[in-house]
Design a binder for this molecule. Structure first.
Ligand code: XMP
Length: 335
């Protein structure tokens, strides 16, 4: 257990020593990990850091604006926003296999970085918000010897990129990353935001990714998150949650919550008419380390309200289900 100000000065010194006068490029996803990495590296080397925020078309509702406001406007970090939706969705067309999708998304990220890094003549480093659990899980082998899930942001950078890897959060667990973020002056809401995977909605749209599906999922997900934030929670501080204080609402009482798009149509009835539309699954879990997790016992009234709102407000979805699977044996994400 280290002391935070000491940790920051040590980390800052280490980054400065490692990087020298080189420029660093960082892929900012809007998730907690890359955001804290950006803040830490910015603290160390200021304008030698350029963040690349890739809009791959698989972001949550209003995510791009939120990230740009936070980093570019408020913190004065150099952030390039790259609109790459067509590039990503184009390469994902017709691909249904989860690992193939992850590989494509990872590969396209690298491509975008390569192009952007090429424009920064001094860029020698690629910074990433890899944290300790990512490192362990990517090294983990299933019974048949295959990697359980390939995290696109761990290892495997092609030589052609010609950038060295800077991963200042590699030794930290999630709760430590959050404490570091607060100590670096990031707003509480940002730092205690649920984590968001690098492949984004790409792993929350089962099977083939389509823009139409992403648009439906974004709206359903935003309703779920809004209701979680707006519903008071009277639970005492949960041991499985790392917020450090008793949660005041159900967003704070869960570690990760999101909607999943199922490309399955079922029959429903609306007014006098029959509908035949898609299904959305809600997932909410409580965990400390994301290696194991339990499904959250959300109040039925909350689930009912979210379901009603999604079905009424998102034309194209006529059924909502709740995921009651623990990890293990299920994973948190559906792919
Ligand atoms: P799973 O689904 O393996 O997720 O139980 C554990 C945690 O990791 C996140 N996750 C990812 N993060 N790239 C990422 O950056 C990925 O490919 C990836 N897959 C899962 C997931 O959201 C959860 O927090």
């Amino acid at each position: 257990e280290w002391n935070m100000p000491d940790y920051i000065s040590e980390a800052v010194a280490r980054i400065r020593e490692q990087v020298g006068t080189d420029d660093v490029i960082l892929g900012l996803s809007g998730g907690v990990d890359s955001s804290v990495a950006a803040a830490l590296i910015h603290r160390a080397i200021g304008d030698q850091l350029t963040c690349v925020f890739v809009d791959h078309g698989l972001l949550r509702l209003d995510e791009g604006k939120m990230v740009m406001d936070m980093f570019a406007k408020n913190l004065g970090v150099k952030v390039l926003r790259i609109d790459a939706e067509e590039q990503f969705l184009g390469h994902l067309a017709g691909v249904a296999d989860p690992e193939a999708k992850r590989k494509i998304i990872g590969r396209e990220f690298v491509e975008v970085f390569q192009v952007e890094a090429g424009k920064l003549k001094n860029a020698k480093w690629l910074a990433q918000g890899t944290i300790y659990p990512d490192v362990i899980e990517s090294a983990g082998k299933g019974k048949k010897g295959q990697t359980i899930k390939s995290h696109h942001n761990v290892g495997g950078l092609p030589e052609t990129l010609n950038l060295k890897l800077l991963e200042p959060l590699r030794e930290l667990f999630k709760d430590e990353v959050r404490k570091l973020g607060v100590a670096l002056g990031l707003p509480h809401d940002m730092v205690y935001r649920h984590p968001f995977p690098g492949p984004g909605l790409g792993v929350r749209i089962l099977g083939e990714v389509k823009k139409e599906f992403a648009d439906l999922l974004r709206r359903a997900d935003a309703i779920f998150i809004e209701e979680l934030r707006n519903t008071p929670c009277e639970l005492p501080a949960l041991e499985s949650i790392d917020a450090g204080a008793a949660p005041t609402n159900w967003y704070e009482a869960t570690s990760q919550a999101f909607a999943v798009f199922l490309p399955v149509k079922s029959v429903g009835v609306m007014g006098d008419g029959r509908t035949y539309e898609y299904v959305v699954a809600l997932r909410a879990v409580q965990t400390l380390d994301f290696m194991t997790a339990q499904w959250a016992h959300l109040p039925h009234s909350l689930l009912g309200k979210v379901s009603n709102r999604i079905i009424n407000e998102v034309r194209g979805i006529n059924r909502v289900v709740y995921d009651i699977s623990g990890k293990p044996p299920a994973t948190i994400e559906w792919e």
